[in-house]
Write a new protein. Structure first.
Length: 245
């Protein structure tokens, strides 16, 4: 399918030459410049740095918050309205306020990435915590584990499959917010690179930046799935045994 798409692209670029449809050779050259040399430092590395920190904050805050709310269910009526209110605010809509609070800094962009990514993880962790077999919690309580120990030593491992499902959703949201945050008052990053290339009519660079974003999303997803397989291998074995019964 990819080969067919590339063939159609190259044929169209040759038969109907247009500034908005560059030859694949030009796009490939732009792509190689992006992943080597100075552009790697000024466009790719800053974006990955912000994305990693923002997603890391979202994973930590989202997992802990979701597990606590899933365990202490009496908190739900008090916290859920605020959570739902914040969840339905489009992250793009808080860009102006974030710019006022933090200025055009990395902190603003990391905040935007974390804000957009955290809610799928919170909801997934809550759902995972509530699906944990109550007998496991009772056994932990009988054995003298504190609430903190029950959350981190019982609920967290048992909820990992759900948390990873939330992280997969947060991954794509985080990449989108990374690019959007770099379109506003930025001087580096992939979003800035794509916007500047568009303004300078460097069409091949625009396509190269978009393709690199897709490649990064694909590689990050593959890496996350590989990590998930290692950490929750027990879950697949458990499900297989349950299905056999």
């Amino acid at each position: 399918m990819v080969a067919v798409l590339l063939t159609v692209w190259e044929t169209a670029a040759i038969v109907w030459p247009a500034p908005y449809l560059p030859r694949l050779e030009l796009v490939a050259q732009s792509f190689l410049r992006l992943i080597h040399g100075d552009l790697l430092k000024t466009a790719v590395a800053p974006s990955l740095y912000r994305f990693a920190i923002g997603l890391g904050i979202a994973i930590a805050v989202g997992s802990i918050t979701g597990l606590v709310l899933g365990y202490f269910r009496e908190l739900t009526p008090w916290v859920r309205p605020l959570l739902e209110f914040l969840r339905f605010i489009p992250p793009v809509a808080i860009l102006p306020a974030s710019l006022i609070l933090f200025g055009p800094t990395d902190a603003m962009r990391i905040f935007i990435i974390a804000f957009g990514s955290v809610f799928p993880i919170i909801l997934a962790a809550m759902d995972g915590a509530r699906r944990v077999e109550p007998l496991l919690i009772d056994v932990a309580r009988v054995n003298g584990l504190t609430a903190r120990q029950r959350i981190f030593e019982v609920l967290l491992p048992a909820s990992l499959p759900s948390i990873f499902a939330g992280i997969r959703i947060a991954l794509s949201i985080g990449l989108v917010m990374m690019v959007i945050s770099e379109l506003l008052a930025a001087d580096n990053g992939l979003g800035f690179f794509i916007l500047r290339s568009q303004r300078l009519f460097r069409t091949a660079d625009v396509y190269a930046g978009v393709i690199l974003l897709g490649a990064l999303g694909f590689l990050l997803t593959i890496g996350l799935l590989s990590l998930e397989r290692k950490l929750v291998a027990w879950h697949r074995g458990w499900r297989g045994a349950a299905d056999n019964h």
